[in-house]
Every structure is written in C-alpha cells, then in structure tokens.
Ligand binder design. Sequence first.
Ligand code: SF4
Ligand code: SF4
Length: 436
Amino acid sequence: MASDAGGIPEREGVGSGLREGLRAAIYSKTLDCVHCGLCLQSCPTYRVTGRETASPRGRIYLMRGFAEGRLQDPELLVEEAFACLGCRACETACPSGVRYGEMLERTRAVVRSEEKDASLSTKIERFALREIVPRPRRLGILVGLLRWVQALRLDRLSTLLPRGLRDRVALAPRVPPRRERRRMPLLTPAEGVRRGRVALFEGCVMPELFGRVNDAARLVLSRAGYEVIVPRNQGCCGALHAHSGEIGFARELALRNVRAFTGELGQLDAIIVTSAGCSASMREAESWIGESGGVLADGVRDVLDFLDDARPGLPLRPIPKRVCYDDACHLVHAQGVAAGPRRLLQAIPELVLVSHRNPEACCGAAGIYNLTRPEMSRAVLQPKIDALIEAGPDLVATANPGCAMQLSAGLAARHSEIGVVHPIELLEEATRPVTA
Ligand code: SF4
Ligand code: SF4
C-alpha cells in the first residue's frame, strides 16, 4: 500500500503500528474533509445515535486525530470503524469528494493487521469468510443442510434460542429448490440479432440462494442479443473480506477473478454482475491490486446499468403490480446508479412504480453487519420497513442479495405480505416469450 502520510505533523506520543499504519494508508485522504457536516443527516448510525463520533465527520476526525497522535487511545476509533455500515451515503452527500469508503476499508485492514488477540467473534467471522464463503462445495453443503432444517421445519425450534441467536436465525433466507441451485450453462447463444458477447459473474452466495436471479440475467441478456459466457474458474469477489478488514485475502480472490476474466476481455462487451455489492467491489479492484485490477474493473457492469445503456428494445409483457424500487447502497452510493433501474421497471406495461420515503437509506444489512451488530442493524432497518409498509406495494425490488434477505426478514417480522425480488426477475418475466 503506497504511503499516504504527506504533510503529517510530527507529534510525540504512542508510536504504535496502528498509528504508523494509518499514517501510511489514509492520512492525506482525511485532510479532504472540511468538517462541514453536510453528510451527517445522511448517515444511518448518526441518525440512530445522535453521536458525532458515530458520524462520517466524527469517524474521519478519529482517524486523523489518531494518525496525528492527538488521540492516544485507539479504542473508540476501532469501535467506530467497525460500527460504521460502510453504506457510503456520506460520499453521495459530501460536496468535497471525500473518499470515505476507501478510508474505511484501509482503516479496517490496518486494525486487523495490528490485532494481537482477535476476539472469539472475530475468529469465527474470519473462519466463515475464509473457509466457507469462497468455497462453493462447503457453502453448498451448509446451504443444503439449511434446506433440510427448513423442510423438516426444525427452524421453528429457534424460538427456544436466546434472543440474539434467534434474531440471527430469522435472517436466514428460504433456501430455493435444487433446480434453482444448478450451475449455469457455459455458453448461452444470443437470440435474434446478435449485439455482442458478455460474461456473467456468478458470485459466491448468489448461485446457492439467488440462482434464479443469475439465471434471469442470463436469459434477459440472451433475449437482448448477447451471447452469455460463464467462465468456470471464477470465484467470490472478496467484497465481504475487504469490508471486514481481510484485505490480503480479498486481494487473492480478486486476482483469481482477474485470471478468470481478463483473458476473455478482448471479446467481451462487459462482465455482468447481478449483486450490487460485488459489482461495486470489482469496480474498485484497482485500489486493491493495482493495474490488473483496473483492467478487471473497467469491464465490470451491474446488470441493470448495462441493460439501461444497451436499450435492447425488447417487447415487454404487462406485469400489473405495484413495485417499490429500493436503492442498494452499493449501487446508488458506490456506483451512482439510481435512475437506470427505475427506467427499466417503468418501461414494463401496467407495472406501477411506487415511491416511498427515503429509498436511498441503508437497510442495515451491510454485508454481515446484520449478523455482527444485530441491534444497530435492526434500528437502521425499522424506518425502511415502516416506509415500505406505508407505501403498500405488492413487491419491493432491490439489486443486492444482502438487502433482499434483510428486507424479507424485516417484512416477515411485521407479518407483511410484500414480496422482495431483484429487478432483473421482473425484466425476465416481462421479456419471457409467450410460449415459454
Ligand atoms: S458509510 Fe454510512 S454508516 Fe458509515 S459513516 Fe458513511 S453514512 Fe455513516
Ligand atoms: S465528509 Fe464531506 S460532507 Fe462530511 S464533514 Fe467532511 S467534507 Fe463535509
């Protein structure tokens, strides 16, 4: 990681590895913040707590103060670095172009690398992120077990568990049937007039829990005239690892995808991603792994953004439903994609796009934040659920699997019948041939 300590004032004080790491990793970026506070009201943790230290400005102040040696005790900095959702709503609100997401990721990486005795929960998190999430076979076994538990309705026994554990179990999505968890074909030909060729990124959790979303993307792209390839040696994007401070492991995963996709790039219009969290991370791969990451990043497009640009002009069947589009943070704040998905949905005949209060607010899922910090996650989620129930759509459409699971759990807890889908599923339904 290049040194970023230009112009740092020299001070006496605790010369820990953490301080030196922060000086090298983020110091000059903290100086971009002019303390105007315009980001405060967009920050979910600030809105819940009202505490300055739980705001973007406060967190940047902690990072800078500790790097400069004005703050001696790192405890509050470490707590706030991990209490942040990483939703990046502050970046959208900031008029000074502060790159908060990058600072946060680097701060967490420095904290993790300097950690002497990780807590039990950090060790469990690290084990799950390294040994299960990126390993399709192990993840598949775990998801298969969960399906049996749900089929035998053993999950009802979770009412006997302590509250904290019960709430986490309630977040588990319904596991789809085996037919939706099959691998996709290596190649799907373009239908009609051929417009180009794209590669589809499958992700880690997506094939197991949201295979229907990947498959919907494959079908819509094919109907739109794109030949779709699915490179087999691809893998997890590393987003969850980077967000947890496991940047070294995230780099290994990103390099694997560089090898899987970049050989094909000359023949591709884009690498299509259906999960907003994954597309956001892959588009920032250069900051993790340098030039080769930049090549990968340049090719990556979120499926909704790509289709909005491509304007394939497919005939659309009516879907007579009221739909709320809820922005995934990593699509709207990390990639600036907000209007395109709405345009795509609005084009479907008889579909009524219903607005609700504050669709750009975080839902509190934030990767695995809802598992590691369930209380804050719930507090952030509740205003969103209130707004959705008030708007009363048939469906909520969101472009990130974590958000889909979080919203489903939040709506189920309120006994709401509002369904949750990915917008590409509605596009697939609308473009489905009449005979299918
Ligand atoms: S990323 Fe989200 S939670 Fe974190 S400081 Fe920014 S707005 Fe607040
Ligand atoms: S992060 Fe941006 S909006 Fe927030 S206080 Fe700093 S300069 Fe102002």
